[in-house]
Design a protein around this ligand. Structure first.
Ligand SMILES: Cc1ncc(COP(=O)(O)O)c(C=O)c1O
Length: 386
């Protein structure tokens, strides 16, 4: 569909890549057998699933048998954390996470806290980097699991997961990372980085919504959180969503092929946007680390105005941005991520996130840079906060 609307919200979701769609289509009405059946119809679906498992694993240096398909990032996060702790409560009831997690991890920890786990929420500095000394000092004799977000969905900050995993292991704990925003965008090698559990999601990487995966290091025991027909090595019962799994596999393969080119292009556009916005609009600040950030993330805040008003005004111009994460933007509470980097509530509310993608063009970037200063100026003139 031709459109002159501009989509700058790829961290919320992405369009399905044409190659992904093409790979999926036969699995709706040509290869439709239940993959649990051993007749030829079932075997066709099974082959599709196992090929996808290898494609998803290859992108992070994992073995295919270390990948379990799920319904997305949220389920992978829940399965990793609850599944590991159910399986090994004896290992210790102290668990740690960061103060800038996605709700899929944050709320899981809050739930576990209510059920008797002791939780440490490790702070981050004003650029969003986990405070390594406090992290190291927070481990106890009974710390069993740490969960740290790889690339933050709001401010784009990328953590040194290799170092965080090294410390966790030294202290006798394991590390889970929510890599939903990082998988397919930056190089990840689970073996080299020492990652024990990793969550990923399809709809952030040009595969459909409602499909994801969990990497579980070989030898690590996690217990099932749902029961049924013992699909996915008994860890995730339920007939597999074969077309979506095939799509996730293809999307992973395409990300691998395009990563270098896409990253370089998006980083160039990202840096150009950050520099231009800061140069053209006074009293503008960058949220999140300048360089340790996802290649496609721009997050800036403007004094004296509300992000919500910017969003609506840009939408009027056909430009889609967000004020925080898609999941929390329905709420009026300031984002916990913005508060964690030390912003006051009114500063947090003045933030705007633009996330670039494969289809983003230089012309679109220039159009946003042309429209934005006028929108901010107009809103500041009207603002009672100024
Ligand atoms: C960092 C992060 N984790 C988890 C999720 C949830 O993934 P899904 O939408 O596939 O459940 C998201 C989606 O916004 C995310 O950005």
């Amino acid at each position: 569909m031709a459109s002159d609307r501009i989509y700058m919200d790829h961290a919320s979701s992405t369009p399905v890549d044409p190659l992904v769609l093409e790979a999926m289509l036969p699995y709706f009405n040509e290869v439709y057998g239940n993959a649990s059946n051993i007749h030829s119809f079932g075997r066709g679906s099974r082959e599709g699933i196992e090929k996808a498992r290898k494609q998803v694993a290859d992108l992070i240096g994992a073995e295919p048998e270390e990948i379990i398909f799920t319904s997305g990032g949220t389920e992978s996060d829940n399965m990793a954390i609850k599944g590991y702790l159910n399986g090994s409560r004896k290992n210790g009831t102290h668990i740690m996470t960061s103060s800038i997690e996605h709700p899929a991890v944050l709320r899981t920890f809050q739930h576990l806290e209510k059920t008797g786990f002791e939780v440490t929420y490790v702070p981050v500095d004003e650029e969003g980097i986990v405070k390594i000394d406090e992290y190291t000092d927070s481990f106890r004799d009974n710390t069993s699991l740490v969960s740290i977000i790889f690339g933050n969905n709001e401010i784009g900050v990328v953590q040194d997961i290799k170092e965080l995993a090294r410390i966790a292991h030294e202290k006798g704990a394991i590390l889970h990372t929510d890599a939903v925003q990082a998988y397919g965008k930056i190089p990840i090698d689970v073996k080299e980085m020492g990652i024990d559990l990793l969550s990923l999601s399809g709809h952030k990487i040009y595969a459909p919504k409602g499909i994801g995966a969990l990497y579980i290091r070989k030898g690590l025991r996690i217990s099932r959180i749902n029961h049924g027909g013992s699909h996915e090595r008994g860890l995730r019962s339920g007939t597999e969503n074969v077309p979506a799994i095939v799509g996730l596999g293809k999307a992973a393969e395409v990300c691998g092929q395009r990563m270098e080119e896409d990253t370089a292009r998006e980083m160039k556009m990202r840096d150009h946007m950050i520099n231009e916005i800061m140069a053209k609009i006074p009293e503008t600040y960058l949220n999140g680390h300048r360089t340790k950030r996802l290649p496609n993330n721009v997050n800036v805040r403007f004094s004296h105005i509300e992000g919500e008003a910017i969003l609506l005004n840009l939408d009027y111009h056909g430009i889609a941005v967000t004020t925080g994460s898609a999941c929390s933007s329905a709420s009026l509470d300031p984002s916990h991520v913005m508060l964690a980097i030390g912003l006051k509530a009114e500063e947090a509310h003045g933030s705007m996130r633009l996330t670039l993608g494969r289809q983003t063009t230089d012309a679109e970037v220039e159009k946003v840079l042309e429209v934005l200063p006028g929108v901010i100026e107009k809103l500041r003139k009207m603002s009672p906060l100024g």
